[in-house]
Design a binder for this molecule. Structure first.
Ligand SMILES: C[S@@+](CC[C@H](N)C(=O)[O-])C[C@H]1O[C@@H](n2cnc3c(N)ncnc32)[C@H](O)[C@@H]1O
Length: 335
């Protein structure tokens, strides 16, 4: 089974992402003679093996069903066993783009953590790129190695058990991009600088939850000659589908006239006082269909989900480019 490739039919030994709802998915390795069970019924692996990825499978008692999905880095991020805090898709896609990751690129990441970002990086740089992943927690490093092998990334991801802040990456002139998700990324900046390919520009990103960490990373990046230092924050604004009352204008006009005649406040002023969506139970799709006077609309959620981390990006300039810049500075320029 491999994440990087794609195949049509499920075979014994494959990892299948069993989808029940958007919030409820689980990864399962297929093994003949075993079953998967949830509160809606039993699903035999023997019935799953041989089916097409993407199929719908009804439980043996016909009370429930699941979808059998092909694994992807995006789905893995949603179902993986959490050993640490992890990166999610909004940050992953943004960092992947700004670090110029593509097939053939060599990347350093530290720490590996739960391997959420590692899967997306490996898929992006495959088949010829290499990800050098560093983790100083022995068990996390071992478990990540097992998962990378099981998921077909054994050749692409080179796992190292090391404290990179103390012992560095011990790499020279090898990578195009560096990603640091560490409590003290500034301690790894000098070593990261040596690891960049020295004949071209490279990109680095430090992922830190606190602004004080950003300040220290920016100072270290600046001190080591990185340029274009820029910090971003990714926030997700979700939309939801909710029922609202349909408006019949003739009824609404008559209602407004009646309310005015009786000296009651207008419907709008009452509605404005209500907190939109707060504490209101959301009806099921069936209830909505039954209520002929309701219609479904899309609206933004009342709150924007909080901050994950600050993303500090910078560009590594090769020594040759730095020399050109220095040579172009007039000798009598004291700045
Ligand atoms: C937040 S987790 C990384 C999560 C990862 N980006 C993901 O998406 O799953 C941070 C990891 O860095 C590791 N770490 C912290 N300091 C380290 C150091 N000096 N050298 C190597 N790893 C370190 C921790 O053990 C932890 O597993």
């Amino acid at each position: 089974m491999s994440f990087p490739g794609w195949k049509k039919y499920i075979e014994e030994g494959d990892l299948v992402i069993v989808y029940m709802t958007r919030e409820n998915m689980t990864p399962i390795f297929m093994k003949k003679g075993t079953v998967f069970q949830n509160r809606f019924g039993v699903y035999k692996h023997d019935d799953i093996i041989g089916k097409e990825y993407g199929s719908k499978l009804v439980s043996s008692n016909y009370r429930g069903f699941v979808y059998l999905l092909h694994p992807t880095p995006e789905l893995w991020t949603l179902v993986l066993p959490h050993r640490t805090q992890i990166l999610y898709i909004a940050d992953i896609s943004f960092i992947t783009t700004l670090l110029d990751m593509k097939p053939g690129v060599n990347v350093i990441e530290s720490g590996t953590g739960s391997g959420s970002f590692s899967h997306s990086i490996a898929r992006t740089i495959a088949p010829t790129g290499r990800l050098y992943s560093f983790e100083y927690h022995q068990d996390r490093a071992n478990l990540a190695q097992v998962e990378f092998n099981e998921h077909g990334f054994g050749d692409i991801i080179k796992m190292h058990h090391r404290d990179v802040c103390k012992d560095g990456f011990q790499m020279k002139d090898q990578v195009n991009a560096v990603f640091l998700d560490l409590p003290a990324p500034w301690d790894a900046v000098a070593s990261a600088k040596e690891a960049f390919k020295q004949d071209r520009t490279g990109k680095i990103c430090c992922f830190s939850p606190c602004i004080e960490q950003v300040a220290r990373s920016v100072a270290a990046l600046d001190e080591h000659g990185f340029i274009d230092i820029t910090m971003y924050e990714c926030l997700i604004r979700e939309h939801t589908v909710a029922p609202i009352q349909k408006v019949d204008f003739s009824v609404a006009i008559k209602d407004a006239q009646d309310r005015k005649a009786k000296g009651l406040p207008s419907v709008e002023s009452v509605a404005i006082k209500r907190k939109l969506g707060k504490d209101e139970p959301v009806p099921t799709a069936e209830e909505v269909e039954e209520a002929a006077n309701l219609m479904l609309v899309s609206r933004t959620m009342g709150e924007t989900r909080g901050h994950t981390s600050y993303l500090t990006f910078a560009t590594f300039l090769p020594p040759s480019a730095t020399r050109i810049v220095d040579e172009n500075v007039p000798e009598n320029d004291s700045n």
